[in-house]
Write a protein that binds this ligand. Structure first.
Ligand code: BGP
Length: 477
């Protein structure tokens, strides 16, 4: 089995996790720059601990990251060496508009991304651009409280217009918000939200979500207007919820948790709030502040395709006996252990079949082309004396997930545009802020404590993935 011709094989990164140079050439400060490494990371990322600037008591590995800002030519050449057809990257909002809503864009920021896209084009690599990968300008968080405030919509549209006018000729594929549902789970990281004492958090989160959904719909319209022929997608942190048992209460719980996430995509893809979402909000005492034209805006700005990240499925239960067993998984998504699955070193369950299930569920629900824009294994790598890295565990993970994807396409008929695995080159982890949690097929000599030469080298998986791409998924080694 293989993938259809034109399939977009590649990898994905995010500006704040790889570029570094966080205060260079006029770049403004963003939420992602002030989320520290260490025990305060989670409270800050969740909006429970207010931190709007950096301090000397904390460390911030993302400030230098792997310094892709100064290494992008070398890095893109390395990606091209694997035969990449597509490179998903994000633009740092504050590199373009340092205060988030400046009237004049930062020329150095525009020049950087233009050069980066031209470099991709040189190797016939199609860029796939995330407009907002978790970043919110600190200046706008101070001024508006982030996405709590509707004025963020205008600022975002201003930013989008600059991108579309400057890069429209170089970029065909766009995503509005990375993992838009992360807003519910890590509100500061996802949307620049910090909760004030006494605030109704659910109200704040859903109001911010509404603003992002309106902004996304308007961005889709603007993109189509300014860049005819472009395609704009939404992006979901996906992964089917499984009931821990066949107890109907567990099944219902899993169903409801899936809906927490589909909520966003239902609006972005179908163009309206689903009936159940309205009922849920009513029951939770949430009243959205909306404008009369919002319904029409949402309806007119539906996405062209659905993209998503998939790392694992998630298992849930209502049974108190198992509820405490929550060791497994991404801390952002509370779930219990699935006794049928093994987990990564960070406790994320490994479930290739779950990818096939997720692909089919999303296609059944939306009937739009899909794009897997993140998938991969975060692991500790050992560099041998000769500099090689034998990462067979990473190859195994990817092989099994690619097999599941081949099944979904060839046996189930799911239309899939591409597969960009997460972090083709080692970068800083979003959830933990570490360098040690590596996803890459390209090793970067950089450690948690900030030491390292930043030298790049190829792991075993580099050569393996090159062959996968060369054979369009037929030779999985
Ligand atoms: C997703 C994010 C990425 C990325 C990935 C891996 O949630 O979109 O930014 O980092 O997860 O997660 P982590 O880095 O926490 O291992």
């Amino acid at each position: 089995m293989k993938m259809p011709d034109g399939f977009l094989w590649g990898g994905a990164t995010a500006a704040n996790q790889c570029e570094g140079a966080y205060d260079v050439d006029g770049r403004g400060l963003a939420n992602v720059d002030v989320v520290p490494f260490g025990p305060d990371r989670f409270p800050v990322a969740c909006g429970e601990m207010k931190m709007l600037e950096c301090d000397s008591q904390h460390v911030y590995p993302s400030h230098e990251a792997i310094d892709m800002y100064h290494h992008y030519r070398e890095d893109i050449a390395l990606l091209a060496g694997m035969g990449f057809k597509c490179y998903r990257l994000s633009i740092a909002w504050t590199r373009i508009l340092p205060n988030g809503d400046d009237d004049t864009p930062n020329a150095a920021g525009i020049a950087f991304y233009r050069s980066l896209f031209e470099e991709c084009r040189k190797y016939s690599i199609e860029p796939l651009v995330t407009i907002c990968h978790f970043d919110a300008p600190i200046a706008l968080i101070r001024k508006y409280g982030g996405w709590k405030d509707r004025r963020m919509v205008d600022a975002f549209l201003k930013y989008c217009r600059v991108l579309f006018e400057n890069f429209g000729g170089l970029v065909k594929y766009w995503l509005t918000f990375n993992e838009i549902n992360m807003l519910l789970h890590m509100p500061f990281m996802g949307a620049g939200l910090v909760f004030e004492p006494g605030e109704n958090r659910e109200q704040v989160k859903y109001q911010a979500a509404h603003h992002e959904l309106v902004a996304s719909a308007k961005a889709v319209r603007l993109a189509h207007e300014l860049m005819p022929g472009c395609m704009v997608g939404c992006m979901l942190a996906a992964g089917q919820y499984y009931p821990r048992t066949c107890n109907p209460a567990d099944v219902h719980e899993a169903f409801e948790r899936d809906r927490d996430n589909y909520f966003f995509i239902d609006v972005q893809s179908r163009g309206a709030y689903p009936a159940w979402a309205k009922k849920r909000m009513e029951a939770a005492g949430i009243t959205l502040d909306t404008l009369p034209e919002d319904d029409a805006v949402l309806a007119a700005g539906t996405v062209d395709f659905i993209s998503f990240s998939y790392y694992s499925s998630r298992c849930v239960t209502v049974d108190p006996e198992y509820m405490s067993d929550s060791a497994q998984g991404n801390a952002a998504f509370q779930a219990v252990s699935n006794p049928y699955l093994k987990a990564s070193e960070w406790g994320w369950p490994i479930d290739p079949m779950g990818l096939r299930i997720t692909l089919n569920t999303l296609y059944d629900r939306y009937q739009k082309p899909l794009f897997i824009v993140e998938n991969g294994l975060g692991a500790v790598d050992t560099v041998e004396a000769d500099g090689s890295v034998h990462d067979s565990y990473r190859i195994d993970y990817m092989r099994e997930h690619i097999k599941a994807m081949l099944d979904a396409v060839n046996l189930d008929g799911v239309p899939l545009m591409g597969y960009t695995m997460w972090g083709p080159i080692d970068l800083v982890s979003a959830s933990t802020g570490e360098m040690k949690k590596r996803y890459g097929m390209i090793y970067v000599d950089k450690n948690n404590d900030g030491t390292g030469t930043l030298a790049r080298s190829k792991k075993d998986s580099y050569y393996w993935y090159k062959k996968v791409i060369e054979t369009n998924g037929e030779d999985l080694g």
